[in-house]
Structures are given as structure tokens and as C-alpha cells.
Design a protein around this ligand. Structure first.
Ligand code: MN
Length: 208
């Protein structure tokens, strides 16, 4: 068994003008596909049990992977997991409401304060990586990770582990065609395309 590129649940132009069609197409068919190809190539040379794991299980247990393949899978299986998540968390026209809105207000004061924190952490992140809203223990917090690290990875690998609720790709390949050096504009455009319905169901799955 090997991993394959998931179909997007929308067309490449569905997030225009916030995320442009060409960026989506290259991001999905070239960048994401490349992480998958790299992961599959390495898995061919590992015992079969690894290929039978979901990509999330794989990145949650990097310690189990032979040391000489660990960093490669951290980067590439991490890339596969991150992008699978990212596509699901994008949709135009949903609204943050109900229980998740309440929980965000409890954790950050106001939705505006949460968004400012998310933007600031995203902007302060140096180089490639991701910014996330995660559930860690009983609370929600905002963290950034480097390269293709994911909050599901263990504490000995990343600073703060947790389960992603939303996440934004901060690699230049995610925005450079449209936004060039204007990373803040891209980060702020994200608020127009967060799939809050998906975020809410992900949160509910964690507490039920
Ligand atoms: Mn990416």
C-alpha cells in the first residue's frame, strides 16, 4: 500500500481571490504530490507495518521509525499529513459560531484577540513552517512549527504537542505567486477561507 494524493473537495479556483487558482493547482499537484512520492519511496524500503499505518499514525510515532529514515519521514510524511489537513480546513463563506466560538473566546478573550495572536505568531515565524490553532490538554493555544512539523508529533520532537483545529501553510510556495513578500496580507486573507464548519467538527470529535 502507498499513499496517494487526495482529491480536493472543491475546484482550484474555489478560494479566489484569497488564494489564487494557479497557486492551489501547483501546491496540490506538485508540492503535495512530491511529499507523497518521497514518503512512498522510503516506505518501500521499510518493513510493511509502516506502510499500513495512516500518515497521522506515522508522524505521531516517529520514534518507532529507524533512525536513518526518521528525519526524511518527519519532513515528507509530515508534509503529506499537513497538506491533507490543510485542504480540508479551507472553504469560503463559513462562519465561526456556536460552541467553538465560545471556546475561542474563553481561551483568548475575544475572537479578534485570537486572530491577532494567530497573525502575530504567523508573522514572527522565521522561514518555512505552519501556524496552528491546537487543542492541548484542556485548552486551545496558537503555535507555529518549522518545516513540515505537525503538532501531532511527540513532545521530544516539537515544542508543544496538540491536535490541530485549524492550520495555515507559511511556506512561500503557498502564497508567493500572489502575495510575494506580503506575508501578512496572505495571513489575513486566510480568515476569508477558513472552513469553520470543519474546525468545529474537528473540535467536537476531540471532546465527545
Ligand atoms: Mn505547502
Amino acid at each position: 500500500m502507498s499513499y496517494s494524493l487526495p482529491r480536493l473537495p472543491y475546484s482550484y479556483d474555489a478560494l479566489e481571490p484569497y488564494i489564487d487558482k494557479l497557486t492551489m493547482e501547483i501546491h496540490h499537484t506538485k508540492h503535495h504530490q512530491n511529499y507523497i512520492n518521497n514518503t512512498n519511496t522510503v516506505l518501500q524500503n521499510l518493513p510493511k507495518k509502516y506502510s499500513l499505518m495512516s500518515v497521522n499514525d506515522l508522524i505521531m510515532h516517529l520514534d518507532n521509525i529507524p533512525e536513518d529514515k526518521r528525519t526524511f519521514l518527519r519532513n515528507n510524511a509530515g508534509g503529506h499529513a499537513n497538506h491533507c489537513f490543510f485542504w480540508t480546513i479551507l472553504k469560503k463563506g463559513t462562519i465561526l459560531q456556536g460552541y467553538l466560538k465560545l471556546i475561542i473566546e474563553q481561551n483568548f478573550g475575544t475572537v479578534i484577540a485570537f486572530k491577532e495572536l494567530f497573525e502575530n505568531i504567523a508573522l514572527a515565524h522565521f522561514g518555512s513552517g505552519w501556524v496552528w490553532l491546537i487543542k492541548t490538554g484542556e485548552k486551545l493555544t496558537v503555535v507555529s512549527t518549522s518545516n513540515q512539523d505537525n503538532p501531532l508529533m511527540e513532545k521530544n520532537i516539537i515544542e508543544t504537542s496538540g491536535v490541530p483545529i485549524i492550520g495555515l501553510d507559511l511556506w512561500e510556495h503557498a502564497y508567493y505567486l500572489k502575495y510575494q513578500n506580503k506575508r501578512l496580507d496572505y495571513i489575513r486573507a486566510f480568515w476569508h477561507v477558513v472552513n469553520w464548519d470543519e474546525a468545529t467538527s474537528r473540535y467536537h470529535a476531540l471532546i465527545s
